[in-house]
Design a binder for this molecule. Structure first.
Ligand code: SF4
Length: 423
């Protein structure tokens, strides 16, 4: 079969989409990069906010009008499949996330793979340098706004030896950046008999031979806190990007309680201080939700103040979106104008704070790993703390280079590759 895969949303969804494509190619299917060339289309959906869900429904309509058969998976399945109504429905298969491994047999039933006449494209043509390795399904928390936990269910960790095997396989395919991914990576292992946690898993991954770097994905403060010191110690291995993605969501304890987030602003700030004292160049990434039901002007001001206080290098700002089936969807919403104004104010503060944090790097010379090539002869590399630096040249993807930081833009650095080239 000629298969077209299109994925949306978080690193985990992207990772699962890439894994689906690899698995289907391994079963002899041809990967194509245009819907019109496909016998089957696989749509990996995201349902994190309402606007994205609507976009998924539109995209399904477009794909099912062009491709004989469509498989829909990802976070809209099974909770929101009712939205996908129309002529393409009888040619659509809805595949829950935890059954994605069944896709090759599902396609098998529909007939043998087409001969590989179509050149491997998209995922196959230029092997990826970065790869998501999903370490767990689900989550242990109950955040009031979160649709992902409803879609993905309770925590199911991938056993350590299976994670290590996936990393070894990825490195064997030439991957130079492994992204350990999950809804909340810090809860990994809590459901496993070994009782080991994320620090142990990270050490096991770091022990895999090869020239690669590791980025650990998003985690929640309540899950990281119990193993903080051990995790910060494990993060110190030279293979790991000293990067911490720790969504705080609000600077108001009252709103954190309403969100069912199980930590206080003070606890979050203590984690950040501990992480920065252990890793002075740590790159902090955090998330804020603005306009959560009941949020007052004072709550919002507290969020802006926290942003300025902790000074994250990266901030994702999301306007609250009531997701069906979540407790927060039953709360009276704020007016859209208020949410829009607060989103703008938070975004302005984010720009200011991030730029000031990035400017500290101007004039420094650092090692970096080249991960992407731009269309204009440039490249994007990542410093040891995962800060992105745009280079005025294209050293080989996956290579490590010395970079002199020459300037900044709002969300990234500018740099020049050192004369001593890749090493
Ligand atoms: S920790 Fe993250 S994935 Fe888990 S319920 Fe909260 S927001 Fe959702």
């Amino acid at each position: 079969m000629r298969v077209y895969v299109e994925s949306y949303g978080c690193a985990q969804n992207q990772g699962e989409g890439a894994a689906i494509a690899r698995e289907l190619a391994a079963h002899g299917h041809a990967l194509v990069d245009a819907p019109g060339a496909a016998d089957v289309g696989v749509l990996v959906t995201c349902g994190v906010i309402g606007a994205t869900e609507s976009r998924m429904a539109r995209r399904w309509t477009e794909l099912s009008a062009r491709i004989p058969r469509v498989v829909v998976t990802g976070c809209l399945v099974p909770l929101r499949t009712g939205l996908l109504a129309g002529p393409g429905r009888e040619r659509t298969t809805f595949l829950p996330i935890r059954e994605q491994h069944r896709l090759p047999e599902l396609l098998e039933d529909a007939g043998p793979p087409a001969p590989q006449e179509a050149p491997a494209t998209g995922l196959g043509a230029r092997p990826p340098i970065s790869e998501e390795v999903v370490i767990a399904q689900g989550c242990t928390s109950g955040c009031a706004y979160c649709f992902s936990r409803l879609a993905r269910g309770p925590l199911t960790s991938v056993p350590a030896d299976a994670v290590v095997a996936r990393v070894r396989a990825a490195v064997g395919r030439g991957v130079a950046e492994v992204r350990l991914t999950g809804l909340d990576t810090a809860v990994w292992g809590r459901d496993l008999p070994s009782g080991e946690g994320l620090p142990a898993l990270l050490r096991a991954v770091d022990a895999v031979p090869g020239d690669f770097a590791v980025r650990v994905g998003m985690m929640s403060p309540q899950s990281l806190a119990p193993a903080l010191d051990d995790y910060l110690d494990a993060l110190g291995h030279p293979r790991n990007f000293r990067f911490l993605h720790l969504p705080v969501q609000s600077g108001s304890d009252r709103i954190l309680r309403a969100m069912h987030r199980e930590y206080t602003v003070g606890a979050f700030s203590r984690i950040v201080r501990a992480a920065r004292s252990r890793h002075p160049d740590l790159h902090l990434s955090t998330d804020f939700i603005v306009g959560f039901p009941g949020e007052t002007a004072d709550d919002h001001a507290a969020s802006v103040e926290l942003l300025r206080e902790v000074g994250p290098e990266t901030v994702n700002v999301t306007r609250f979106s009531a997701r069906p089936g979540t407790p927060a969807a039953r709360l009276p919403p704020l007016g859209p104008r208020v949410a829009k104004e607060r989103s703008r104010a938070m975004t302005d503060a984010r720009r200011e704070v991030a730029r000031a944090r990035l400017e500290r790097w101007i004039g420094r010379t650092e090692s970096a790993r080249v991960l992407e090539h731009g269309p204009d002869g440039s490249a994007v590399a990542r410093l040891g703390n995962y800060l992105p630096v745009v280079l005025d040249g294209q050293p080989p993807r996956g290579s490590r280079v010395r970079v002199s930081v020459t300037g900044v833009r709002t969300t990234y650095l500018l740099g020049r590759v050192g004369a001593d080239g890749p090493f």
